[in-house]
Design a protein around this ligand. Structure first.
Ligand code: HAM
Length: 425
């Protein structure tokens, strides 16, 4: 019977156990190598920020701020929130640390946990890890294409299959208000046919209606006016250029006129990346876009910016579904077996000698049976097992057993590191 008092991890949050670390490590290695190649500097910001930063940056009416934030009051009565995403905190840091005076464009990347109080389901957690890339101080469309290319390259390098980029433009303060009006008046005449959620979205942020997945709203969406037909000249040519860059580097994209994203700070380009193959889910692996007004909105100088973030858990589950291996564990070439307390003491010393010489040695000091230890050495694929019994410890020697042939010889304990190193070459 289950113990009622057993502690469990918090709903929607999970442990990353040792056997899964190899996937996270592989992703981290690929992401950090790519970040280095493209000249991004790593940044870490606190997990907790002022609630107002997210409310202002992400938007009060967004689901993320309205429903999904973990808010807390400190003893000093400050309102703080666990970060639901990184971008707002990074913009805060960019402003606070005067990064506008560094050479621009300024490129930053990050990797760490985020928190959203969402309904837990496949690919949706309350604590999840994001990695992301942000570029500040450059308004050119080539930056949008480069951010997309970076994420595409990361997923390619991870060997994820059937990648697809969905892309759209949400315009800017010149053209979006007019489009919103147009969409509102179109929806007004159909308000009775849209789902209750859309009725709410219609009032709070009409663009979000385009994001609705409800069956009954689909025909209404299909006939709705599309923002791409109503972009101002600047947004239109910016978007056209982004697509031309993507064509040039041969990235597979589709235009998705319904892609509006769930965060309010975007201007112009928005995009998401998916895997369409088996095991791939409808959830985006990554999403992002341009946010030219956010730095100013958060009380910094007017600074164009563009970036995106990816969800690590979704990538890990896709890697597993597509039989993609995680980072390789380093090989165990030597196993140290010991019998008796004196041998254990010598064994501890010998292990350190190997560590100083940078030779990996596995052991199981807790075990006393030679058979069990040899089995373990076999399982780990060790080439040699060093056997240290009471007699060997007294005589200052160690038995070197070749695990493949079963041949054994006795060498001086002071010389075993050098001898083994030579045999491994
Ligand atoms: P986002 O689309 O909200 O964008 O999140 C980016 C990615 O994080 C998603 O594509 C998804 O893979 C992952 N993700 C989001 N929520 C969850 C969840 N509950 N469980 C698991 N994974 C999740 C942003 O956060 C923006 N800050 C991206 C950005 C950066 N835009 C510009 N710069």
């Amino acid at each position: 019977m289950a113990n009622k008092n057993k502690f469990q991890s918090v709903t929607g949050m999970h442990d990353i156990l040792p056997e899964d670390q190899k996937y996270y490590r592989k992703i981290y290695d690929v992401v950090s190598n790519i970040a280095e190649f493209y000249g991004f500097g790593k940044i870490d910001t606190p997990i907790v920020e002022e609630t107002e930063l997210f409310a202002k940056g992400i938007g009060l009416a967004t689901d993320v701020v309205k429903k999904e934030m973990y808010n807390l009051k400190t003893k000093g009565d400050d309102s703080l929130s666990l970060r639901p995403e990184w971008t707002a905190g990074i913009v805060r840091s960019y402003i606070e640390n005067g990064m506008h005076s560094l050479p621009q464009p300024l490129k930053l990347w990050y990797f760490g946990p985020c928190y959203r109080y969402e309904r837990p389901q496949a690919g949706r957690y309350r604590q999840f890890w994001q990695f992301g890339f942000e570029i500040f101080g450059e308004s050119s469309s080539v930056i949008d294409a480069q951010i997309i290319q970076i994420f595409y390259n990361i997923f390619k390098e991870l060997k994820l299959k059937d990648l697809i980029i969905e892309i759209n433009s949400v315009g800017d303060s010149n053209c979006r208000p007019y489009y919103k009006k147009l969409l509102s008046s179109y929806l007004k005449s159909r308000e009775s046919s849209i789902c209750p959620d859309c009725k709410r979205r219609f009032k709070e942020n009409v663009l979000r209606v385009l994001d609705c997945k409800e069956e009954k709203c689909q025909p209404i969406k299909t006939e709705a006016p599309q923002i791409l037909d109503h972009l101002c000249d600047e947004c239109h040519s910016h978007f056209k250029e982004v697509l031309e860059f993507l064509d040039e580097i041969e990235l597979p994209y589709t235009l998705n006129p319904y892609l509006v994203r769930g965060l309010d700070y975007y201007t112009k380009t928005v995009f998401e990346l998916f895997s369409e193959s088996e095991g791939g889910c409808k959830n985006a692996l990554a999403g992002g876009g341009r946010y030219d007004k956010l730095v100013k909105l958060l009380r910094g100088r007017d600074t164009p910016a563009c970036g995106a973030a990816a969800g690590t858990e979704r990538i890990v589950s896709l890697m597993k579904a597509q039989d993609i291996e995680g980072a390789k564990e380093p090989e165990t070439q030597i196993f140290l077996a010991q019998l008796g307390s004196m041998a254990k003491r010598k064994g501890l010393w010998l292990l350190e000698e190997f560590r100083k010489s940078k030779v990996r040695v596995a052991e199981s000091f807790g075990k006393n049976s030679l058979k069990a230890q040899l089995n373990r050495a076999d399982k780990l694929g060790a080439k040699y097992t060093l056997i240290l019994g009471q007699k060997e410890a007294l005589d200052g020697v160690v038995i070197v057993r070749n695990m493949k042939t079963g041949k054994q010889d006795v060498v001086k304990i002071d010389e075993v590191v050098a001898i083994v190193k030579k045999r491994l070459k």
